[in-house]
Design a protein around this ligand. Structure first.
Ligand SMILES: Cc1ncc(COP(=O)(O)O)c(C=O)c1O
Length: 490
């Protein structure tokens, strides 16, 4: 039963502790407690293995995804998952927290080190379960119910949690419990319209302006955001979820110099576990009149996370974030982050040279947005045909799209493929595969007509089916050549 454990961890135990362990194992009678998932639940394990195969064989271009390290996986599946630790280190509502306290403090320390910020000026809460709860916690902390927030509109590249609503419905809870006003990108250039943001902010007078994006291929002008916030007396909250790995590596502009609050996920370009982190200013800020005002964010934000919105922190995830920040401070990670950008630029250039339109004309971060209107295929059809040939990406609205339900673009990101070791020359091949798939999709679309449902049927019919299969085999053979961190088969 424990053969796998003894094979992998025996060397970590003294002879004495090995004997104790195996005596304990002998006494264990409950099968469900001690069997591995592959022995106890093959039905589930087969599905997990199939997902691993999908990850291995496919080209992962979803901009928010990554393949995390063995060390992160080790932390996630460690004994830390057993521990309740409501509260903060040193002030918990449970006993037995001496070790998780150490882990959480280490994680906080490494978080500040990773972004080269001082503990005198910044505090950090590493407990948010993910990016959405982190953002909601910030609004809960410093915006009163139905107070005002402004974020980039979702169809323009913002995130749901930046206050998304439609004329028909308040979609995100951040637009139900707070009043949100979107700002937009310029429809021609695809760039954030800072002038319009200033004008609207002067009218709307938000408590917070959010500088953060889920689909935007340019570095944000945090200085400009700061000026606008100062003009209207708003807090600047940067949501660096997508770029937090790039910021840690120092290969893109950092929001810390100008922001009052910075939130992030830890599982995108940072390559950690699925979790969220909130950084908040300490010390003093200067208001529009030049008065020095003490920040009061620390206790408000800590209390918003717990007990307002969450219960016990996931200490296994916190350990995994700690080891992620250690990795993010290494020269190897810096090289990785630079390669992410190089790969995105190469992908963008290669696709442009094949005639594709890239929104904003290129990229300076980890992703690009293809505008497929000139290519004559919808975002949904492109996403579908790419998935059928084992390229994962997502359809996305492009500036000027009339319908968010039928978007005209696809978002392509390079963090995951860069983790697998792909370089610029490989990205040229990836661009060629994307081009082949989209051309095939266009051919199929001509025959199937405009409806997605008919298109999907045609993809699996006769001659088209074999062409799709042929391209998929080629792509999977290419993809399988690249290594993947984590466990071999799951
Ligand atoms: C900018 C931004 N903020 C927040 C989130 C939410 O993160 P999560 O999915 O972990 O809740 C995302 C997720 O994609 C994001 O892109």
């Amino acid at each position: 039963m424990f053969s796998r454990f003894s094979a992998t961890c025996k060397h970590l135990l003294t002879e004495g502790s090995q004997k104790v362990l195996f005596r304990q194992v002998d006494r264990m009678s409950s099968k469900i407690l001690h069997q591995t998932v592959w022995d106890s639940d093959p039905e589930l394990f087969e599905i997990i293995k199939a997902e691993k195969q999908r990850q291995l064989k496919g080209l992962e271009l979803i901009a928010s995804e990554n393949f995390t390290s063995m060390a992160v996986l080790n932390c996630l599946s460690s004994c830390l998952t057993n521990k309740y630790a409501e509260g903060l280190p040193g002030a918990r509502y449970y006993g037995g927290t001496q070790f998780v306290d150490q882990i959480e403090l280490l994680c906080q320390k490494r978080a500040l080190e990773a972004y080269k910020i001082s503990a005198d000026e910044w505090g950090v809460n590493v407990q948010p379960y993910s990016g959405s709860p982190a953002n909601f916690a910030v609004y809960t902390a410093i915006v009163e119910p139905h107070g005002r927030i402004m974020g980039l509109d979702l169809p323009d590249g913002g995130h749901l949690t930046h206050g998304f609503f439609t004329p028909a419905k308040k979609i995100s809870a951040t637009s139900i419990f707070f009043e949100s006003m979107p700002y937009k990108v310029n429809q021609e250039t695809g760039l954030i319209d800072y002038e319009a943001l200033l004008k609207t902010a002067r009218l709307f007078k938000p408590k917070i302006i959010i500088a953060g994006v889920s689909c935007y291929s340019r570095a944000l002008d945090y200085k400009k955001f700061r000026e606008i916030c100062d003009d209207v007396g708003a807090y600047l909250m940067a949501d660096m979820a997508h770029i937090s790995g790039l910021v840690a590596a120092g290969v893109t502009s950092s929001p810390f110099e100008y922001s009052d609050i910075v939130t992030t996920t830890t599982h995108k370009s940072l390559r950690g576990p699925r979790a969220g982190v909130i950084f908040f200013r300490k010390g003093f800020r200067t208001n529009a009149k030049g008065d020095k005002i003490p920040y009061d964010l620390e206790s408000k934000i800590n209390q918003a996370v717990f007990p307002c919105l969450q219960g016990g922190p996931h200490e296994n995830a916190i350990a995994a974030i700690a080891t992620t920040f250690k990795q993010a401070s290494t020269p190897e990670f810096k090289e990785y982050a630079q390669q992410i950008i190089n790969n995105a630029k190469q992908l963008s250039e290669s696709l442009q040279s094949k005639g594709y339109k890239v929104v904003t004309g290129g990229t300076e971060v980890h992703m690009l947005l293809l505008d497929l209107r000139p290519s004559g295929i919808s975002g949904a059809k492109a996403e579908y045909i790419l998935e059928e040939v084992s390229i994962a990406c997502n359809k996305n609205t492009v500036p000027g799209d009339k319908s968010a339900l039928n978007p005209s673009g696809i978002r392509l990101g390079t963090p995951a493929l860069t983790t697998r070791g792909l370089k610029e020359s490989d990205m040229q091949q990836v661009a060629a595969f994307i081009d082949q798939a989209i051309k095939l999709g266009k051919e199929i679309g001509k025959e199937s007509g405009p409806k997605l449902v008919d298109f999907k049927k045609s993809v699996h019919c006769g001659e088209w089916n074999s062409k799709v299969e042929c391209l998929r085999n080629e792509i999977e053979a290419f993809s399988e050549k690249f290594p993947m961190p984590g466990y071999d088969c799951y």
